[in-house]
Design a protein around this ligand. Structure first.
Ligand code: DC
Length: 234
């Protein structure tokens, strides 16, 4: 019982570039340790989808901030036992739609606006306020939860990330072109790392884990070990 309540307090931040494996690792570590998984990128993707549906310019920060304030984004457990989640936008399941290539293209522009980020950061802090979360994104260890007990910066070479994104999209029934995937990832890396507000960077105290030449199981074991080591200090 005591152990359980300690575990529930644990706050784990996982950041890194697109397609480094953050979602897979964060979801699996959360399932292993009985923690709640939060995918912050899904929130920026859901707002981007809504902006595209309403023809809002991804450069128009003021309109996007207003749109964010009128938007309800929810995570709901999916029926599938893998710990995966559904993403709901204003009462609609948009789990699939937020992974569309149109959203990939516009999401970095939408997420660079400070007034949008402020609202999402507040919501993300509320989700973590009771502890017991694994939260993944770009600025979780630097801005959202700088007091996290465990901070991981998950990285991989561009080639490895392109390859993984390719396999993932083929698994979803898409037929992506490798060149286009590589261009999209390189463009998003540059935009997410180069923006003025909360750019992607390695948080102070973060452990850098390069997944290029490692299996998922090896990465999971390392991140789980880091969490279990810190659990004793929470
Ligand atoms: O993790 P992802 O690829 O689903 O994230 C989509 C985009 O959202 C990413 O290119 C940048 C933005 N994002 C962000 O700015 N801050 C976060 N904490 C998470 C994602």
């Amino acid at each position: 019982m005591f152990q359980q309540s300690r575990k529930e307090m644990l706050i784990v931040a996982i950041d890194g570039p697109a397609a480094a494996g953050k979602s897979t690792v964060a979801r699996a570590v959360a399932a292993r340790l009985g923690l709640t998984y939060v995918d912050t990128g899904a929130m920026y993707r859901a707002l981007t989808l809504k902006a595209l549906q309403r023809a809002v310019d991804p450069e128009d920060g003021a309109t996007l901030a207003r749109l964010a304030s009128e938007t309800l984004i929810e995570f709901r457990p999916s029926a599938n036992p893998s710990g995966s989640q559904q993403v709901w936008l204003d009462g609609q399941d948009v789990t699939r739609e937020i992974r569309a290539s149109e959203v990939d293209l516009a999401v970095s522009a939408v997420s660079k606006h400070g007034p949008v980020r402020e609202q999402f950061v507040q919501a993300q802090r509320r989700m973590a306020s009771a502890g017991g979360v694994v939260m993944e994104g770009r600025d979780v260890g630097t801005v959202v939860l700088p007091e996290a007990n465990v901070k991981v910066y998950l990285d991989a070479s561009l080639e490895a990330r392109v390859q993984r994104r390719f396999v993932e999209q083929v698994g979803r029934g898409a037929r992506p072109a490798m060149d286009a995937l590589a261009q999209d990832l390189a463009r998003r890396d540059a935009q997410d790392s180069g923006r003025k507000v909360a750019p992607l960077s390695v948080a102070p105290g973060a452990v850098r884990v390069d997944t290029t030449h490692r299996t998922l199981e090896q990465v999971l074991d390392e991140v789980t070990r880091l969490c279990l080591e810190r659990k004793g200090t929470v």
